[in-house]
Design a protein around this ligand. Structure first.
Ligand code: MLT
Length: 269
């Protein structure tokens, strides 16, 4: 793990490989361990960096009461500065994708290409915002169990849930390791996120959209919407997985990521 004080908090990250940078941004309520299989199998010529967003994994929580997507994007920007990385490929899953939309809004010049996995551009509906607030209040009172118990059945499809106990365990452990306080701050931050749909047509870097065929949280329809809205993007469906293809079927996810990266390597950068 690497560690440094960036944007006022101690951020830790996993790192592998040497070469062109790709930064992996985890979803909620996971941490950088979700990208272990990508860091282990990075194509030659690539340097993978997977930070724990503030409050998650081994990174410090800081004092901001709400983790807006903008705050996470600013942390990532400060981390790129700290690592002297001018431009990187950014790969985010779900909440990680929300962070990348903010990053694109604020720092487009630092983006070499985007990988948007199991995410969506639209904001929360009024009902979704209310549900996030009541969940935030519950975890503040009861601890992180309501999120773990509520999300676990939804994030993985039945093939993973019943056939891959080791993946279920990794997902469950990451959720259990996330504090109730971090969950509440991030739930409120996600509820506040702006509508990024108008941003899609401004994306003019190479973009790969990936989704699990049975993602019950940010499903195929959302991914198709992204792919239609981002000029020149490509859409890949990972068959027979839920919301977390990088963990549920790492070899399949790595294959589509590898093809995308090899096209980038042969294009002027
Ligand atoms: C995630 O996986 O990051 C979350 O499911 C995103 C969300 O709750 O909107």
């Amino acid at each position: 793990m690497g560690a440094a004080k960036v944007n006022g908090v101690e951020i830790e990250w996993r790192e592998a490989g040497k070469g062109e940078p790709i930064v992996f941004v985890h979803g909620f309520p996971f941490h950088s361990a979700m990208w272990g299989e990508q860091l282990n199998a990075l194509p030659k010529g690539w340097r993978g960096i997977a930070p724990d967003l503030r409050g998650f994994g081994a990174s410090e929580p800081g004092t901001d009461p709400i983790y807006t997507m903008e705050l996470f994007a600013q942390d990532l920007h400060a981390l790129l500065d700290r690592l002297s990385i001018e431009r990187a490929v950014l790969c985010g899953l779900s909440m990680g994708g929300y962070v990348l939309f903010e990053f694109w809004r604020l720092f487009p010049k630092r983006v070499r290409a985007l990988v948007l996995a199991d995410t969506r551009a639209g904001p929360d509906s009024a009902d979704a915002k209310k549900a996030r607030e009541s969940l935030a209040k519950r975890v503040e009172k009861e601890g992180n169990t309501p999120v773990v118990d509520g999300m676990l059945p939804k994030v993985l499809n039945s093939t993973t849930r019943y056939g891959k106990p080791e993946v279920v365990q990794v997902i469950k452990s990451m959720m259990q390791e996330t504090s109730a306080d971090t969950m509440a701050r991030a739930l409120r931050g996600m509820a506040e996120r702006p509508d990024s749909e108008p941003l899609l047509r401004t994306i003019n870097v190479p973009c790969l959209v990936v989704v699990g065929s049975e993602d019950a949280i940010t499903g195929r329809g959302q991914a198709e919407f992204l792919a239609r809205g981002i000029r020149g993007s490509s859409l890949e469906i990972v068959d027979d997985v839920g919301h977390v293809p990088p963990l549920e079927k790492p070899a399949d996810f790595n294959k589509v990521l590898g093809v995308f990266l090899s096209r980038l390597s042969s294009a002027p950068g």
